[in-house]
Design a protein around this ligand. Sequence first.
Ligand SMILES: Cc1cc2nc3c(=O)[nH]c(=O)nc-3n(C[C@H](O)[C@H](O)[C@H](O)COP(=O)(O)O)c2cc1C
Length: 177
Amino acid sequence: MKIVGFAGSNSKKSINKQFVKYTLEQLKDHEIHLLDLNDFEIPMFGVDREEEKGYPNKVKEFIEIIQSADGLVVSLAEHNGAYTAVFKNLMDWCSRYELKFFNKIPMLLLSTSPGGYGGGNSMELGLSRLPKFDANIVANFSLPKFNDNFNNENGIKDDELRANYEAKLQEFKKELI
Ligand SMILES: Cc1cc2nc3c(=O)[nH]c(=O)nc-3n(C[C@H](O)[C@H](O)[C@H](O)COP(=O)(O)O)c2cc1C
């Protein structure tokens, strides 16, 4: 099975990317691929740009990679109570090229932030909006206070949070069989 993961962030030090990377490492029985949205730099979506110049190749490339996956791990960063502009822009482009581009591929939806809600607003938005693109969110988990609760070697430090996360990971793994 091929699992593709990415963070909804273009930060070089993205904590969401670190969280996706850690999660993909827990799925090493499978073929894992970690994407970086910096490799999919595309212009700001606009209907005029779309009409005049069509779809950037990077949009098609991104959709092809997504649709080649058997499972998706996505972790949403939060800016001002919503997912980031870079993620929204990508979603806007992809949805215009092919509305249902997530193809019902099982998705583990994550979010994290340094705050106590762990990117929960972004998560709520993702849970309500991404299914419009046929995202099949089979499990979701938000990790609060990333800097206190996570390190790259041992993952989630807090026992209760770790148990919760592992249960969600199991739910996702079941969908991959
Ligand atoms: C413009 C901006 C707005 C932010 N707004 C929020 C917010 O609404 N909620 C939150 O939990 N964190 C917020 N943060 C902090 C981010 O969660 C933090 O920068 C985090 O590292 C972003 O995830 P990333 O490292 O994966 O990009 C904001 C950060 C920036 C730069």
